[in-house]
Design a protein around this ligand. Structure first.
Ligand code: CA
Length: 517
């Protein structure tokens, strides 16, 4: 059903045939209950828009959704009995888009699932311009409100409250989950937060700053895509075997302090894509160094090595204004005509100083979430080319320091996993099929192997995930021929090849090591 209020539009997917409610035991009765619900439900400060029964194998059409959302329709595979569980999904980027695919997937698993448009429509930062209310929706209010309303609607529809409440999101969705853990600890029993866009202000500054580093594609500081390939091979030659195996994947990129000086052209003159000029070496080294303000304060960690083979050129290094610079343009500079080629280091501190609605999402004291019995499952792909995965262990370590809890104690309620060879929330050459989204399930029929259900088992049965098993397929064909599997280790251990068949997860072991970050 769809509900709108205070600028936030939302969707809730109820699932068929609640086990406790015999009066809704048939599809016809469920349909009638769904359609009659409009007359009965009263949610303060909201407007009821519609309630529809969606049979399995239906393709829903969304003609009014902003085209930038790239979600004109959603295939609804199947419905399942309500398990009593409630779940909120999140959003992505600077959107504005209901993630119907996540709603559909989790509803099919028996969750009463909610999603919102995050308080605005579309994928650009334009709605934020001089509009702090829309920014506040984006920072936390849309998810929080969607959850409060969604729980009320769930209870009203099924006639009883949910049993456990969950959150599932990645990227901006990961940040939203962390924000709920930090500021609204009572909302969820379990939160799965992937590649969270935490340290949000500086992340966006970092996203916009690459153009300052690379220059345009005609600049002498620019590094071509072909040269980045040279850099990647050089990086692998130095770092790939830190984990015991030269396989093109870094299990612990924090051990790789790569600098490109070895690629400097012998005579200082470029030689057709074989070596780098001093200015190009400086460009690469700057990208692989923490971003600092002019006074030396670290604003955001370096890009982790490896992402140059997973789309970082397209995201950030192509010498053009990144579409991820909108936050700087519309919020920080509040000028739609701001020239991002003028985003010089003296401006880099502005975003964090502004920090509207505390969108930074860096609060380290999350003891309230711990103390109410919450479980936090945090993961990040180590080839992420949009959000440096170096930022995730920084957050974990800040929690460790703030709460004075060692990993053995944090393990009881907060676990962070690095997914080697995984890009931004999905994809990559590693064993990235971990079931954090439907499209990331290794095998569609084996839902129990998903990150989502690992979180449920942790909350409901006390089975904490020791590792997250990922699968890689030949030609990256989901559900096809398995290339290899790997058990992704939880921080602060790293995966190490112990010998034998490297395609077998059993040939790897999570070991303690001395990270240098
Ligand atoms: Ca390796």
């Amino acid at each position: 059903m769809r509900i709108s209020g205070t600028g936030i539009a939302g969707a809730l997917a109820a699932t068929a045939t609640p086990a406790n409610c015999q009066s809704l035991a048939t599809t016809e009765q469920f349909t009638q209950a769904c359609q009659a619900f409009a007359k009965d439900v009263q949610i303060p400060n909201s407007t009821f828009v519609s309630a529809d029964f969606i049979p399995a194998n239906t393709t829903l059409q969304f003609p009014n959704v902003d085209p930038a959302c790239s979600r004109p329709s959603q295939f609804v595979l199947a419905s399942q009995n309500w398990t009593g569980r409630f779940l909120s999904t999140g959003n992505g980027g600077l959107g504005g888009c209901v993630q119907y695919d996540d709603v559909e997937w989790t509803a099919s698993l028996g969750f009463a699932a909610v999603a919102t448009n995050n308080g605005h429509d579309g994928m650009t930062g334009l709605p934020f311009l001089n509009n702090p209310e829309v920014v506040e929706d984006f920072a936390f209010r849309a998810v929080q409100t969607g959850v409060v309303v969604g729980k009320d609607v769930t209870k009203a529809f099924y006639g009883k409250a949910f049993t456990k409440s969950y959150y599932l999101g990645c990227s901006t969705g990961g940040r939203q989950g962390m924000k709920m853990v930090q500021d609204f600890p009572d909302l969820f029993d379990g939160v799965s937060a992937g590649a969270p866009a935490m340290n949000f202000n500086n992340l966006n500054t970092w996203s916009a700053h690459f153009l300052m580093v690379t220059g345009s594609n005609t600049s002498d500081t620019f590094v071509s895509e072909a040269l980045w390939d040279v850099v990647h091979k050089d990086m692998l030659s130095q770092c790939d075997e830190h984990d015991g195996l030269a396989d093109g994947i870094l299990e612990a990129p924090d051990l790789c302090r790569y600098q490109a000086d070895g690629l400097l052209c012998g005579n200082g003159v470029a030689q057709d894509g074989a070596c780098l000029t001093a200015k190009q070496v400086n460009t690469v080294n700057t990208i692989f160094s923490d971003m600092k303000s002019p006074n030396g304060t670290v604003l955001y960690p370096r890009m982790q090595p490896g992402s140059e083979a997973a789309g970082a050129f397209k995201s950030y290094y192509n010498g053009q204004v990144s579409d991820k610079s909108d936050w700087v343009k519309y919020v920080v500079m509040a000028d739609p005509n701001f020239d991002l080629t003028k985003f010089t280091p003296d401006l880099w501190g502005r975003s964090d100083a502004l920090n509207p609605s505390d969108i930074a999402t860096t609060k380290a004291d999350i003891s309230a979430f711990r103390d109410r019995g919450g479980k936090l499952l945090h993961y990040h792909g180590t080839m992420d080319a949009i959000i440096s995965s170096d930022n995730s262990p920084r957050y974990y370590e800040s929690v460790r320091a703030a709460l004075k809890q060692e990993p053995a104690e944090l393990d009881a309620w907060y676990r962070f996993f690095r997914i080697s060879g995984m890009g931004h929330c999905s994809g990559g050459p590693g064993a990235h099929y971990i079931g954090n989204q439907r499209k990331q399930l290794a095998f569609p029929g084996r839902q129990d192997e998903s990150v989502l259900m690992a979180m449920v088992r942790w909350v409901e049965q006390g089975q904490a995930p020791d590792s997250l098993t990922g699968t890689a397929f030949v030609n990256d064909t989901q559900g096809g021929e398995v290339a290899f599997t790997r058990r992704h280790c939880r921080w602060p251990t790293m995966n190490k090849f112990m010998g034998g068949d490297s395609n077998s997860a059993d040939s790897w072991s999570c070991v303690a090591y001395n990270a240098t970050t």
